[in-house]
Structure formats: structure tokens, C-alpha cells
Design a protein around this ligand. Structure first.
Ligand code: AR6
Ligand code: MG
Length: 362
């Protein structure tokens, strides 16, 4: 891997953005989880807004917000890269499985549990075989690969090709369907793009989408078999939809309806990854205030209902990588389970990506 020698200043910026990304991912998961599966009415949108406002109050006391499988698996990806910087995907698979058996009640889907049990039973002999057998051999197209991918975008922030290779291998441990893999790649590319976007000029959201369209091209072929009967280039189609949505003005209620109709809020990767990206870009379009960008991204993602924890976690990772730790509300972060460990993981991931040996990983 190419190692960049960075000036101290740049290192500090990266540190803030690494932390912002992992904390954003945690925060979206913890805050979105109570609304998972809900169909959100106009009244509930107000409830969500009040809920977020309340958590921002310095003296608000409430029970710690528990994280779900999204964060459990994100932590394992980060730990794997920290402990074995020359990536070892068998080790990563072992961490997923170990974490699941330690704490099975984190909201894992039944299907991924089958993969974990087979991996354990077969002593991790072929780490890709159990996932390839899912759904009668078509592999999962759920968003479970995308939801945990952020640490790979961070670790390989200066090496695009290695990032794509690692993201593909990390995803295929549980999700082998091309829609599941490409969803994880799109989320990974979006996190990296936002991490590397400069703060000096307002984010050009239209250009951001153009970059994603360009980058997804090699993974989606026009002459592909019609994947699952949906579309031949589902992610590029959805990115074109995002381009279109960004050009139009909406009041809030119209906006939610339009997103649900065109992008979705489901547990499938194509029905959630573009949605998360759009929540971030819409927030950027509406304000230049970084604190508001983060808050609005998360509020949009939760307000859509459906797979709220995962969509808010993915959107939070993208937004956090852009705005940096100082623009996340610290009072809110303190309500999230094990937030200090997420900070340590972010710091160690940066040190590890720079070839600095660190044993601080929790
Ligand atoms: N064919 C048909 N349906 C499928 C296919 C397929 N090839 N693949 C997936 N589905 P799963 P995940 C549908 O179970 O991606 C948790 O809450 C099927 O209905 O592999 O690990 C996480 O936090 C299946 O149940 O899960 C995530 O938010 C569903 O997609 C979420 O669940 C999800 O695929 C997804 O986690
Ligand atoms: Mg989820």
C-alpha cells in the first residue's frame, strides 16, 4: 500500500474525519434503531425531530442507546484492519462470528446467522462458501455488506484500487449477490469521496454524483443478465435518479414521499444505499452549516422509516466523514453505547493505515 507522509495539519484533519465517520455510523445506528420497521407518519416526523432535539440538550438524561448488528460488524471490520493491516479476511470472518456468538441479540437477520453457523462448523475452511449458498445459490443482496464497510474506505483512503479489492472481499464473507457487493462498493466509494472532499469550497453535490456514476461504471455492465429482474445497472440508474431529485425543490413532506417512491427504505442494498447517499447530498444542498448537514442527514434518514438504523448509519458515516468529529453534537454522541471505543478504533485505524504500529485497539 502506498503510504503518504502527511503534514501534521493534514493528519489532524484526517483524524477528525475518521472519528466523524465512525461516530456518525454509530450515532445513526443507535438513534435509528428504535424506529426500525416503522412507517413514519407526519406526526412521527415531529416526534423524531423532538427526540433528536432533546438528545442535543446538555442536561438531558436518558438510557444509553444500544447499537445493533450494523455497529457490531463495523467494529469487527475496523479491528481486523487494525490488527492485521495486510488484510486477512479469514481473521475478519472469525471476528464477525466471535462477535455474533458473544452477543447474538443485536438484531442480526436470520440469514446471516446461517452463514455464521456454517463458517464456525466448517472451521473457516472456505470463508466464501457459506455466503455463496444463501438464497438458493444467488447470495444475499441485503444491505448487510454495505452497512459495515466504512472502515475500509477510511483505511484505504489513499489507495482506491486496494479499497475496492478489500471491500469486495470483506462483503463476500456474507453477501455474494452482485447487488449486495455493488451496494457495499457504492457505500465505500461514497464514504471515501466525502472523506476527501475539501472544506474550503461548498460541496458540489452534482459533481459528487458524477464521480459515483463514473466509479460504478466498471462494476455494472449494460449486457449483464437482468439481475433479479430489476435493472441492468441498478446503482447507476439510482444515481441518475438522485441527480434528478437534487435538481428539484421540495417541501419536507413531498421530499420524503419522493424518496420512498424512487429510492426506497428497505433492507436490500439497492433499496437503501442510494437513499443514504441522497440524505447526505440533500442536506449539503440545503445548508453550508456543517453541524446542520450532519443533523439533517440523520433526521432525513430516520424520518424515512423502514430500515432506519442501517440507512441512518450509512448516511451518518458519509456525513461524518465529510464534516468531521467537531461537527457532530457531543451531547448526542454521549448517549450512544461505547462511543469512546469508536473514537479509539478511528484513531487506531488511521495509525494503522499509515503503517504506525498501535496496540491500543479495544
Ligand atoms: N433473493 C431474494 N431476496 C433476498 C436475496 C435474494 N438473493 N437476498 C436478500 N434478500 P439478509 P443482511 C432479502 O437476510 O443484508 C438487519 O437488520 C430477504 O428478504 O442477508 O445481513 C441489518 O441491520 C432477506 O431477508 O440480511 C440490515 O439492516 C433480506 O433481503 C438488514 O437486516 C435481507 O438480506 C439486512 O441485513
Ligand atoms: Mg438494520
Amino acid at each position: 500500500m502506498i503510504k503518504y507522509t502527511m503534514a501534521k495539519h493534514n493528519y489532524e484533519i484526517l483524524k477528525s474525519r475518521f472519528r466523524g465517520c465512525l461516530l456518525g455510523s454509530l450515532l445513526g445506528d443507535c438513534l435509528g434503531a428504535p424506529f426500525e420497521g416503522d412507517e413514519i407518519t407526519a406526526g412521527e416526523k415531529t416526534v423524531i425531530k423532538n427526540y433528536l432535539d432533546k438528545l442535543e440538550e446538555p442536561n438531558f438524561k436518558g438510557p444509553i442507546k444500544r447499537y445493533t448488528d450494523d455497529t457490531a460488524m463495523t467494529r469487527s471490520v475496523a479491528k481486523a484492519l487494525i490488527d492485521k493491516p495486510e488484510p486477512d479476511f479469514k481473521f475478519m470472518a472469525k471476528l464477525f462470528v466471535k462477535e455474533y456468538f458473544l452477543e447474538p441479540n443485536r438484531g442480526y437477520g436470520q440469514n446471516v446467522v446461517t452463514v455464521f453457523k456454517k463458517l464456525k462448523h466448517n472451521k473457516f475452511e472456505n470463508i466464501y462458501k457459506p455466503a455463496s449458498e444463501q438464497f438458493d445459490g444467488s447470495g444475499s443482496l441485503g444491505n448487510g455488506g454495505a452497512m459495515r464497510i466504512a472502515p475500509i474506505a477510511l483505511f484505504y483512503f489513499d489507495n482506491y484500487n486496494s479499497m475496492i479489492d478489500a471491500a469486495t472481499k470483506a462483503t463476500k464473507i456474507t453477501h455474494t449477490n452482485p447487488l449486495g457487493v455493488n451496494g457495499a462498493l457504492l457505500q465505500c466509494i461514497a464514504v471515501q469521496e466525502s472523506l476527501l472532499s475539501e472544506h474550503e469550497v461548498k460541496l458540489d453535490v452534482h459533481n459528487f454524483v458524477k464521480v459515483l456514476l463514473h466509479r460504478m461504471k466498471p462494476f455494472e455492465y449494460e449486457d449483464d443478465e437482468d439481475l433479479d429482474g430489476i435493472m441492468e445497472e441498478p446503482y447507476r440508474e439510482k444515481l441518475l435518479t438522485i441527480q434528478n431529485l437534487l435538481q428539484r425543490r421540495y417541501d419536507r413532506d413531498e421530499l420524503y414521499d419522493e424518496i420512498l417512491e424512487t429510492l426506497g427504505n428497505s433492507i436490500s442494498a439497492p433499496g437503501s444505499v442510494p437513499t443514504a447517499i441522497y440524505c447526505f447530498l440533500r442536506a449539503c444542498l440545503e445548508t453550508s452549516d456543517f453541524k446542520k448537514i450532519f443533523r439533517n442527514t440523520v433526521e432525513y434518514a430516520i424520518g424515512l422509516g423502514g430500515d432506519t438504523d442501517t440507512i441512518a448509519s450509512m448516511a451518518g458515516a458519509i456525513a461524518g466523514a465529510y464534516v468531521g468529529e467537531e461537527n457532530l453534537n457531543h451531547h448526542v454522541i454521549k448517549h450512544c453505547e461505547k462511543y469512546e471505543e469508536m473514537i479509539d478504533l478511528a484513531d487506531n485505524l488511521l495509525a494503522s493505515s499509515q503503517g504506525e504500529i498501535s496496540n491500543k485497539a479495544s
